[in-house]
Design a protein around this ligand. Structure first.
Ligand code: ZN
Length: 298
């Protein structure tokens, strides 16, 4: 039996019944049998783990080694089976800076750009940028790039599951999403953020919109985003609509010869109203700028 029976501390009745368990600022949710997400209070990137009959697959490693150790503890509450594979959906530190905790437990897999990006100056600069955010335990991070990479696509067959890893460009140049056929589930990385304005600082907006269509073609019922709660297709649609609105409004401003500042002043209030209740509305100006620059080159 792969999954240990467990009780979520004091939260026995309601939370255990709903598959939710909180520990040390982390929330663990059982999405589906043997498939879990772990999210923090502060840095809210999702880590996902799948317990198979042969071992565990981890997707993204949170922002610090200490946070990654908490994820490992959540896994160990449920199984003693080995960690067989760790996958990074992209290079951003809130998804990779816990890698060192999983190193030596099977390969750490990602798109080849993730390894390139984390090595050298970009990785160092990215770590410094995260250190400036005063995240507890950030100083313990040693940038640990993936040690197994691929270009376009790979498949992992493990413990009764098949995981299809596919590369697209969108949120970054090295995005990977994962389709678990047996669970009809897509793990999207930051190609999808749910009810949170995404970061576009490394983005390719037009390719990102195309990636949304590719994701929509999969026979999936569950979508697990890089940030925010999982759900059905509306999780994907909300992201696509955000990107389409941004694109359309930026194109209109460009057609009318507006400056970046004029475009931001025109678009910001509309997107704020449309996405009321989303986190990170303060990133709208930067997103408008990224789209403005991309479409002014087309
Ligand atoms: Zn990201």
């Amino acid at each position: 039996m792969a999954v240990k029976g467990f009780i979520c501390g004091l939260f026995i009745s309601f939370l255990a019944m709903s598959g939710i368990c909180s520990a040390e600022g982390l929330k663990t949710v059982e999405v589906w049998k043997n498939l879990f997400t772990v999210t923090g209070d502060g840095v809210d990137s999702n880590t996902i783990f799948l317990i198979t009959r042969d071992g565990v697959v981890v997707v993204d490693t949170r922002v610090t080694p200490n946070e990654a150790k908490k994820v490992l503890a959540e896994i160990r509450k449920r199984t003693d089976l080995p960690i067989l594979y760790t996958i990074n959906t992209h290079y951003h530190g809130d998804h990779t800076f816990g890698n060192q905790v999983f190193e030596g437990n099977g390969p750490i897999i990602a798109h080849e750009s993730v390894r390139k990006n984390l090595f050298g100056d970009l990785g160092k600069d990215h770590l410094e940028a995260f250190k400036s955010k005063n995240i507890p335990g950030m100083d313990e991070t040693v940038v640990t790039p993936p040690n197994m990479v691929f270009k376009d696509e790979m498949e992992i067959f493990v413990g009764g599951y098949s995981l299809r890893l596919m590369h697209v460009r969108g949120h970054t140049d090295g995005d990977v999403f994962i389709y678990i056929d047996q669970l009809r589930t897509l793990i999207t990385g930051d190609l999808v953020s749910y009810k949170k304005i995404p970061s576009l600082k490394d983005a390719y907006v037009e390719e990102w919109i195309s990636a949304m269509d590719l994701l929509a073609d999969f026979d999936a019922e569950i979508f697990i985003p890089g940030h925010g709660a999982h759900g059905g297709k509306p999780v994907l649609i909300a992201m696509k609509h955000y990107l389409l609105r941004l694109k359309e409004m930026v194109l209109k401003q460009l057609e009318n010869g507006k400056s970046l500042k004029e475009a931001q002043d025109a678009i910001r209030p509309v997107l704020t109203e449309k996405h009321k209740g989303w986190k990170n509305l303060k990133w709208l100006d930067a997103n408008i700028e990224r789209a403005y620059l991309e479409y002014s080159l087309k």
